[in-house]
Design a protein around this ligand. Structure first.
Ligand code: EPU
Length: 438
């Protein structure tokens, strides 16, 4: 549980960690490589630890020192990912692409739905089938294999019905070792997809067009060892930008990649906060005395990210006027509304639309986090609210924010984990030193 006393002014500098969603995809990508992979700027997160456990269960060797993760995938001993682990981390399904490409067979449990939506994997499966894989789904397990004496996927033309981040990543990884050329049309353009493509290219993969809606991959026979640094987390950076605005404070953040924050910065400026790019890797936010309403619609990149919707909703609860927030990416990602309303916000929901009427003040209250970004939104609301807020469900926060509490404390926020949560703290601290095993 987290206890926050609101209304402190924040001041100082925040160090942004490596991107969670890049790290998870790139760790899956390490399955493609029969040699050493050294990853730098790996964030210290429960999700990263879980992905490491899944790779270890498949037989990869791993060692982590600080933000450096060494992975060796010479001997993949297993083609089957364990259900207990996959069910806790949806992103681990993305391992199906590289496993199939490398071994010609992969068995990965269906990840199931989660707090923000049903999240099917049909686009991943159809893409793999287009590349010549046989796919059977039985007893909750996806069993994919390539028949024949030379079990190699074949290049194909794939059109995605929706620019799914995960499906683009799965298929791009699978195509790196396929026979011939693969084209992914209507591909996701998120920076994490480009980061994964850059990582694969650094291992010798031949990929063009990542970051656009058409990605072309020329399959190669094998990949080689690599040392690669993960991009900064644009969602963590966006969360701290909102923290500066909602507390009417001044914060600087680095490292960042400004282009990755275009949509969030545009909305902050529309709301009335000042955002100044101080250098190509550093941004400063200065919250205004009062902010104004704005409308937000979540969209695939470069549109406004769904992963920032909850945090901006917290800010808009205190911005003068009516804001309309439309969530188009996930069907159940407005569960934080009820909790924000408990803190005095005035939000009504109709389907996937939330109408936020700005109120002068939020009041601290006990609330429950329902998912990762919802928990960040509640922290932000707690920082701005009068009095004390307690947030339950901190395991969501630990999944995806690297030391959020410590980083906020460093810039003057008054918040602390309550006793009983020490276990989670020491668990995530152990990430820094653990040999994650073979
Ligand atoms: N979808 C399908 N079929 C598929 C795949 C996706 O219908 O086969 C639907 C999903 O149900 C969803 C939409 O497409 O409604 C978008 O899903 P997408 O596949 O793009 O999302 P994802 O790859 O599962 C990643 C991030 C999410 C982020 C989304 C959208 C990772 C590990 N996760 O998920 O991050 O919200 O892209 O940008 O990369 C988070 O960090 O809090 C988080 C949820």
């Amino acid at each position: 549980m987290l206890e926050i006393w609101g209304r402190s002014t924040l001041k100082g500098h925040v160090q942004i960690s490596g991107a969670k969603n890049s790290a998870l995809a790139i760790m899956a990508g390490a399955l493609l490589c029969p040699e050493d992979c050294r990853l730098r700027n790996v964030p210290s997160l429960m999700d990263v630890q879980r992905m490491a456990q899944i790779l270890a269960a498949l037989g990869l060797k791993m060692e982590q020192h600080g933000d450096v993760l060494d992975i060796n995938g010479r001997d993949i001993q297993q083609s089957q990912a364990p259900y207990e682990l996959v069910s806790q981390l949806r992103a681990s399904f993305f391992a199906i692409g590289p496993l199939l490409a490398r071994l010609g067979v992969a068995r990965v449990p269906l990840p199931g739905g989660c707090a923000i939506g049903a999240r099917p994997v049909d686009l991943h499966v159809r893409g793999l089938q287009a590349m010549g894989a046989d796919v059977q789904i039985e007893h909750g397990m996806v069993h994919a294999y390539v028949s024949g004496s030379n079990p190699r996927l074949k290049g194909a033309k794939i059109y995605l019905d929706y620019p799914s981040v995960g499906a683009t990543e799965t298929l791009m990884m699978a195509a790196t070792l396929a026979d011939g050329e693969t084209t992914i049309e209507n591909a996701a353009q998120e920076p994490e997809v480009t980061d994964l493509a850059n990582f694969c290219q650094a291992m010798g993969a031949r990929i063009r067009g990542a970051g656009t809606n058409t990605i072309i991959i020329d399959g190669v026979k094998s990949l080689h060892s690599v040392e690669y640094s993960i991009i900064p987390d644009r969602i963590e950076a966006g969360t701290f930008l909102v923290a500066g605005a909602i507390t009417h404070s001044e914060l600087s953040l680095s490292p960042i990649i400004p282009d990755h924050l275009t949509a969030a910065i545009a909305k902050l400026r529309a709301i009335g906060a000042k955002v100044i790019l101080e250098s190509p890797t550093c941004v400063r936010v200065i919250g205004a005395n009062s902010h104004v309403a704005t409308d937000i619609e979540t969209l695939p990149y470069p549109g406004f990210p769904t992963d920032m919707q909850a945090q901006f909703m917290a800010l808009l609860t205190l911005s003068e006027g009516d804001s309309v927030i439309t969530e188009t990416v996930f069907e159940n990602r407005l569960r934080h509304v009820a909790e924000l309303n408990r803190m005095g916000a005035d939000i009504r929901v109709k389907g996937n639309i939330a109408i936020v009427r700005g109120v002068p003040m939020l009041s601290g209250a006990p609330v429950v986090a329902t998912d990762l970004r919802a928990s960040a939104a509640l922290v932000l609301a707690g920082l701005a609210a009068n009095g004390k807020t307690t947030i339950e469900g901190l395991q969501h926060l630990d999944r995806g924010y690297d030391n959020l509490v410590g980083k906020l404390q460093n810039v003057g926020a008054r918040l602390q984990r309550l006793k009983g949560d020490k276990e989670a703290e020491s668990e995530s601290a152990s990430l820094n030193t653990a040999n994650l095993g073979g």
